[in-house]
Design a protein around this ligand. Sequence first.
Ligand SMILES: [Zn+2]
Length: 115
Amino acid sequence: MDKVRIGYVDYDIVPNTDKKLDGQFIHTDKQITISEGLSPADKLNTIIHEILHGIWYHWGLGEQIEKPKKAEEMVVTALANGLTNVIRDNPQFLVALSEFAEEEEWHEKDTLIDA
Ligand SMILES: [Zn+2]
């Protein structure tokens, strides 16, 4: 997976070069970065985390909150870690999600086709 669509933007998923961070959501560059040296579980958690930052941004979740940056990191980290745990503890979870998504008749033009 080298791209992900969030809201109206297609983000490139590229290697992270900032050694202090596992990943970043960078709206201005239309990029999500992920460090290459992470374990598979950490990559899974990091991509969920960065996509949640993208959802937070695109759906304006911080607009009605005091101290939105602090709230964003707290909420994104809790949800990403929780989802990573659910995925780890329920091996059929992602399979089921994939099956539900395949059963749905999405409009082809609305989906991001990986070239
Ligand atoms: Zn974060």
